[in-house]
Design a protein around this ligand. Structure first.
Ligand SMILES: [Fe+2]
Length: 227
C-alpha cells in the first residue's frame, strides 16, 4: 500500500514508516537508521506554503551537512535559508519536479543566495537550470542518492524522485488525488502510465511525498490551484 504521508501536514500526526526510524515529528523527521556496521543519519523536513498549498522537502546528510531541496516556493526562500543555517547545513542542490503553474519557483533565488545547483528534468523547457536529469539518473548529495523517474502526465516535464522508502511525486500523484492533465502538455494517457506503470509498482512500503494535497471543494472555488 502506498501511504500519502504528506497528509500529516494538514494537522494530523505523521506516520513512522519504518521501525528503525527513531523519531518522527509533525513537520519532519530526524531519522537515524541503524545499520549493521555503522550509523548513518539523514535530516528530513517537510515544509508547507499555505498560499499555494505546496509541500517542499529539505533532505540532508548530517555527516557532511550537504542539503537538497525539492519544489521550493519563492516567497519562502528566507525561511528555507534560515532553516538550513539553523541546522548547520549547506544547500548544494535545488530541484523542481516540473514547471509549476501555481507558484513561482524559488530555484533562482536560492541559486543566487546560496550558489546551489538548480535541477530539473531534461524535458523542462526552461533555460535557467544548471543541471538536467533524465530517467535512470541518480541525483546525489553526500551520502544520499535519489533515483530519477520520468513521470509525465500532469505536464510533459514531470519527474519523480525515489529515495529508499519514499518517492517525491510532485503533482503526478497528490494526496487523495492526481494532478490535472489539461494544460502544460498534460496527457491523461501518460498520467495513467506514470501512475500504474511506475509509481504504483513501487514496493508496498514506499511512502508518497506529494507536492500538494488535493484541495477541498471550498478551496477549489476560491483559489486558482494547480491540481
Ligand atoms: Fe503542477
Amino acid at each position: 500500500m502506498i501511504f500519502n504521508a504528506g497528509a500529516a501536514a494538514v494537522g494530523h500526526a505523521p506516520f513512522c514508516p519504518r521501525i528503525e526510524d527513531l523519531y518522527c515529528g509533525p513537520w519532519g523527521e530526524e531519522i537515524r537508521r541503524l545499520r549493521p556496521a555503522r550509523v548513518t543519519a539523514m535530516i528530513f523536513r517537510q515544509l508547507f506554503d499555505s498560499v499555494s498549498s505546496t509541500y517542499t522537502y529539505l533532505i540532508a546528510s548530517r555527516r557532511g551537512g550537504e542539503a537538497l531541496i525539492i519544489d521550493p516556493v519563492l516567497e519562502k526562500v528566507d525561511r528555507y535559508i534560515q532553516l538550513v543555517d539553523e541546522l548547520d547545513l549547506r544547500l548544494v542542490k535545488a530541484v523542481d519536479t516540473h514547471l509549476h503553474a501555481d507558484h513561482i519557483t524559488g530555484l533562482g533565488a536560492l541559486r543566487d543566495r546560496t550558489h546551489c545547483i538548480t535541477v530539473m528534468g531534461e524535458m523542462a523547457k526552461v533555460d535557467v537550470v544548471s543541471m538536467r536529469v533524465t530517467e535512470g539518473d541518480k541525483l546525489t548529495i553526500e551520502g544520499l542518492a535519489l533515483d530519477v523517474l520520468y513521470t509525465p502526465g500532469h505536464t510533459d516535464d514531470s519527474y519523480s524522485y525515489l529515495m529508499g522508502d519514499r518517492v517525491f511525486t510532485g503533482d503526478t500523484l497528490l494526496i487523495r488525488g492526481t494532478g490535472r492533465t489539461d494544460f502544460q502538455n498534460g496527457s491523461a494517457q501518460a498520467q495513467y502510465q506514470s501512475l500504474f506503470g511506475k509509481l504504483l509498482k513501487l514496493p508496498d512500503e514506499t511512502t508518497t511525498r506529494a507536492k500538494r494535497s488535493r484541495p477541498s471543494a471550498r478551496r477549489r472555488r476560491s483559489t486558482r490551484v494547480c491540481r
